[in-house]
Design a protein around this ligand. Structure first.
Ligand code: ZN
Length: 324
């Protein structure tokens, strides 16, 4: 059964934060479908100018580049294309247990209008002046809420000072049973062990290594794909441009591979990695796959790791989690 969020559902969603292109709301209702989820809603610039939406999500060159990914090239919306890129390109490479591509949920215009009205007071005024909820959208992206530690514990927004470090340590006390002052140190051990055990860093590295020419090389293949004169080689002059002759003499398929691998590797280099931990109430041996045993506190923790990939499509280049 397809879910459509309507006007009276808006009260269950509260403002969490926003970036340049999207708003993030978290769920405070009781539906099992949405508990533990955040919602990402696209913003539209405040303007009297009526913009005409592109009929196709991807450009002709983007469709050529991703021609082997049927789901991606047939998508009719750039936002959806971004999710499909994560689902069908990044997820198989990084491992399905490490990637949450999210899920689109249909919404009514009245739902979006109601959200816009409810959250406006909590948004930074300069953000309100620049953009509003895009009420022309008919869907929003639903994702797992990974921000269990975000309430501000520093979160990267401010430099850590003594006060923040103390507050962080105090919060950890309910979670890590270490002696006074040792909770943060225990958390670092926990993170390091979970990272090692998950294998997620190796997986990321393998995908990052798909690209071996970087932007300085990929740009030549890009000009060949788009049948344009290579501006880089023109600037360099004949002699210096000779080292890129092999890239320019590659077949179209090889040029497509170079650019595709560059974009995939760049996505893997720019992704966020979220780790979640949950102490086991019953102790346990710690021998299972997704658990870590913390020797210093004799506690066992379940953990999960999740990559949040940024897509190579402009309109969805903002981080998928909780924007600052
Ligand atoms: Zn060139």
């Amino acid at each position: 059964m397809e879910v459509i969020l309507r006007e009276n559902d808006a009260a269950d969603w509260v403002y969490r934060g926003e970036g340049a292109a999207n708003l993030v709301l978290s769920y405070i209702g009781s539906s099992p479908l949405f508990i533990g989820k955040v919602m990402r809603i696209r913003k539209a610039p405040r303007s009297d100018v009526v913009t005409v939406r592109s009929p196709s999500a991807l450009t002709a060159h983007e469709r050529l580049l991703w021609k082997d990914v049927d789901e991606l090239i047939s998508s009719s919306d750039k936002e959806i294309a971004g999710r499909l890129f994560v689902q069908h390109v990044m997820k198989p490479l990084l491992g399905s247990k490490f990637v949450d591509a999210g899920m689109h949920v249909l919404v009514s215009t009245e739902f979006l209008e109601s959200v816009e009205k409810d959250i406006i007071c909590q948004r930074p005024p300069w953000r309100v002046d620049n953009a509003q909820v895009d009420t022309q959208c008919d869907s929003v992206l639903l994702m797992s809420d990974h921000s269990v530690f975000s309430h501000g514990l520093g979160g990267g927004a401010e430099d850590t000072n003594f006060g923040i470090a103390k507050a962080f340590e105090d919060v950890l006390k309910s979670f890590i049973q270490a002696n006074d002052g040792l909770c943060t140190e225990s958390l670092l051990t926990l993170v390091a062990e979970a990272l090692t055990k998950s294998g997620v860093l190796n997986q990321l590295l393998e995908v990052q290594k798909l690209d071996n020419v970087d932007i300085e090389g990929a740009i030549h293949a890009y000009y060949d794909i788009t049948s344009q004169q290579c501006m880089v080689c023109r600037e360099l002059g004949e002699e210096q441009a000779k080292k890129y002759t092999s890239l320019h003499s590659a077949s179209l398929n090889e040029s497509l591979r170079v650019v595709r691998d560059y974009l995939i590797a760049a996505t893997a280099k720019d992704c966020s990695l979220m780790m979640c931990f949950r102490p086991r109430k019953d102790g346990g041996s710690g021998s299972e796959h997704n658990t870590v045993y913390l020797e210093s506190t004799k506690q066992t923790f379940d953990f999960k790791a999740d990559n949040s990939s940024h897509e190579p499509f402009g309109s969805v280049s903002v981080g998928r989690l909780v924007p600052a």
